[in-house]
Write a protein that binds this ligand. Sequence first.
Ligand SMILES: Cc1cc2nc3c(=O)[nH]c(=O)nc-3n(C[C@H](O)[C@H](O)[C@H](O)COP(=O)(O)OP(=O)(O)OC[C@H]3O[C@@H](n4cnc5c(N)ncnc54)[C@H](O)[C@@H]3O)c2cc1C
Ligand SMILES: NC(=O)C1=CN([C@@H]2O[C@H](COP(=O)(O)OP(=O)(O)OC[C@H]3O[C@@H](n4cnc5c(N)ncnc54)[C@H](OP(=O)(O)O)[C@@H]3O)[C@@H](O)[C@H]2O)C=CC1
Ligand SMILES: CC(C)=CCC[C@@H](C)[C@H]1CC[C@H]2C3=C(CC[C@]12C)[C@@]1(C)CC[C@H](O)C[C@@H]1CC3
Length: 550
Amino acid sequence: MDKAISRGPLAARGFRMGKGDQLLEHVLIKYRWLFVCFFLLPASFLYELWSYFRNLIVFKLSSAPGKHASKVQKVQQQVVFAKRAETFYFKRSASINIINIKTFPLTIIFFQVREWNKNGQQGHMCTARPGWQTMSFRQGLYKKSFYKVEVNLVDVLEIDTENKTVRVEPLVSMGQLSASLAPLGWTIPIVPEIDDLTVGGLILGTGIESSSHQFGLFQHICVEYELVLADGSLVTVTKDSDPDLFYAVPWSYGTLGFLTAAKIMIVPCTKFIKLNYKPVYSLNDAVKEFSEASASKNQFVEGIMFTLNKGVIMTGNMIDEPQPCDKVNKIGLWHKPWFFKHVESFLVTGKRASEILPLRDYYHRHTRSIFWELQDIVPFGNNRLFRLCMGWLMPPKISFLKLTQTDAVKRLYENNHIIQDMLVPITNLKESMQMFNKETKVYPIWLCPFKLPADPGMLCAPKERMFVDIGIYGVPDPSVNFKPMETTRKIEEFVQKCEGFQMLYADTYTTKEEFRRMFDHTLYDRVRSKLACTKAFPEVYDKVSRAARY
Ligand SMILES: Cc1cc2nc3c(=O)[nH]c(=O)nc-3n(C[C@H](O)[C@H](O)[C@H](O)COP(=O)(O)OP(=O)(O)OC[C@H]3O[C@@H](n4cnc5c(N)ncnc54)[C@H](O)[C@@H]3O)c2cc1C
Ligand SMILES: NC(=O)C1=CN([C@@H]2O[C@H](COP(=O)(O)OP(=O)(O)OC[C@H]3O[C@@H](n4cnc5c(N)ncnc54)[C@H](OP(=O)(O)O)[C@@H]3O)[C@@H](O)[C@H]2O)C=CC1
Ligand SMILES: CC(C)=CCC[C@@H](C)[C@H]1CC[C@H]2C3=C(CC[C@]12C)[C@@]1(C)CC[C@H](O)C[C@@H]1CC3
């Protein structure tokens, strides 16, 4: 029987610190929790407080819709400046050396071109959103050299209960959207669990949740995109008006244009969910229970494997009001155990169990512990006394953790931590689990099923198939001799052979050829050529590859 691998703090897990490590580095790593608890937690709380009231006021004043048009015009102006500057830049480098600013009424272009000269920019654009704010492990190197376009669009624009859609700006976060919709009795069909995930990133990257076995990925609940293209023009596309661009947008990582709004389906929601827990004690049982649950009519399906053979498969359905005899477990309360620890407790009893949870608590169940990542940062974070005293401040904002991580911490994560989400056909679940166990022995593992429709685009499937997202976040067991590049490439090769995909918020060590084999670029290349993107934007690979991030 395999033993549950106990996880101590990253800094104490026998990982390889180089000889003669600086004492300071060691302290910064071993006692990072001090900085987190006494600085990042209060800063995160204050930021959330500001963000909450700002959004509340803007939403109550409904000032956003009126402002949207002017904010989009600002994006267009920046793109046009960049476009002219790019033209000027290429003309100048070809013929003249003296910058004659009289030829360009907007002196801003002169300064931008000079900045380009100084930095050697190639004229590609990206959003100005600081890399430390994004829900990916690393920051894009390109943020240092590309022309950055401010896309500060953070508001919910319109909730249309008649047509069952919500129109939002790209920087609206999942926490903000669920807080806006829930009081009205609505939700979006897929609510990725981390509050700070933004609509823009979930569309132009990808998004998934435990309702994805019914609704697909985040892109599959979107019905309209508004974009500013490379030439500065503004387009609104649907699957009927411009199917090529509509299906090329998801997973394009901002390399076809700037998303300025999206229309997303909404569905009625209740205030509670009944969640069923089914402990499993063999890999075969886990695969059987998980596959059956994924094919069932349950609204929510998720699995957490605590070892190769032991885990808990969860199924859930919204309910109107709990019965008077039902006990509601408000798992979102500050003093409650971390959700994955609560789930693990059902392994001990060994029995099926059910409980009633508030729906919004369920949606954000992994936020407070950042799945199981916080245990490597605040090892005692699930301690009962700590939760009682400091739980209301948790979690630290992921963006702040990213902003303040030292080079030593980054090296530590690089060499002793793996964060990957591999999307494989559900028929490959068993062999995938065995392979990931052999290569990493990281637990818990997150299992989330999703339906992949046979739509055109990067994730091209000949027919609709059920896939599973296998999330691996943690410290590989010292026995597997984890080497970041070699191990990840082995896993990438396996996933590609299963006709699966790698989520690109994580490190991808694929070569450009391997990347284009994993993701179907047929439609993407056609749309890039039609929209003349080459000079304005890099390809996706040039923004997500390991070499493009630091
Ligand atoms: C210490 C610190 C931490 C920050 N952490 C974050 C962060 O984790 N995520 C983040 O996006 N911004 C964060 N910000 C806010 C943002 O980066 C800056 O305040 C913003 O660049 C200022 O833009 P503005 O003057 O246009 O503000 P405003 O015009 O008021 O625009 C609101 C800004 O705040 C941010 N914002 C507000 N509400 C939301 C929301 N619901 N979803 C996403 N973004 C929202 C947007 O970046 C936007 O730029 C942080 C700011 C500071 C000082
Ligand atoms: N449950 C889930 O689904 C989870 C998903 N994630 C990952 O997090 C990612 C989302 O993180 P988030 O911080 O929200 O997104 P990011 O800011 O990381 O954006 C992801 C990409 O989309 C581009 N992008 C974002 N907004 C725009 C826009 N308005 N116009 C043009 N390009 C844009 C960014 O380009 P640029 O670099 O130019 O800014 C970037 O390349 C997802 O892609 C997902 O993979 C993480 C945790 C959980
Ligand atoms: C559910 C899906 C599809 C993905 C979950 C991914 C998350 C577990 C990671 C996304 C960004 C990651 C970051 C960290 C932990 C794991 C993620 C939240 C850190 C907080 C780890 C500690 C570092 O110092 C900063 C990292 C920022 C990004």
